[in-house]
Design a protein. Structure first.
Length: 100
């Protein structure tokens, strides 16, 4: 029976972490004011995401474009950001499987 074990799939002991779900509010300087994201979600990633979002809103404003909301969809994650008077609110959620 030992030979059959060579060809069977090994179960991985390390599972991938769950995708984050929650929101964060940031001020115009990129400081995180509130968040409902899990504690396991790295602060550095939150800062990177908020920096990119705020930069996009500033560039749109400088180009005289009215952008109040943006949505970015990755294969397994959806990011929605809404401009506030002095900052932004950013929603992060996993995407479920699509049914055709």
């Amino acid at each position: 029976m030992g030979i059959l074990n060579l060809f069977s799939r090994q179960k991985s002991t390390a599972s991938s972490p769950p995708l984050p779900k929650g929101s964060m509010t940031v001020d115009a300087n990129g400081h995180i004011l509130t968040t409902t994201l899990p504690h396991a979600f790295p602060q550095e990633e939150m800062r990177r995401i908020s920096g990119v979002v705020l930069s996009a809103f500033v560039r749109a404003r400088e180009s005289q474009l009215i952008v109040n909301e943006m949505r970015v969809e990755f294969p397994s994650l959806r990011l929605t950001a809404r401009a506030l008077r002095e900052g932004a609110i950013i929603f992060i959620e996993p995407k479920g499987p699509t049914i055709s």
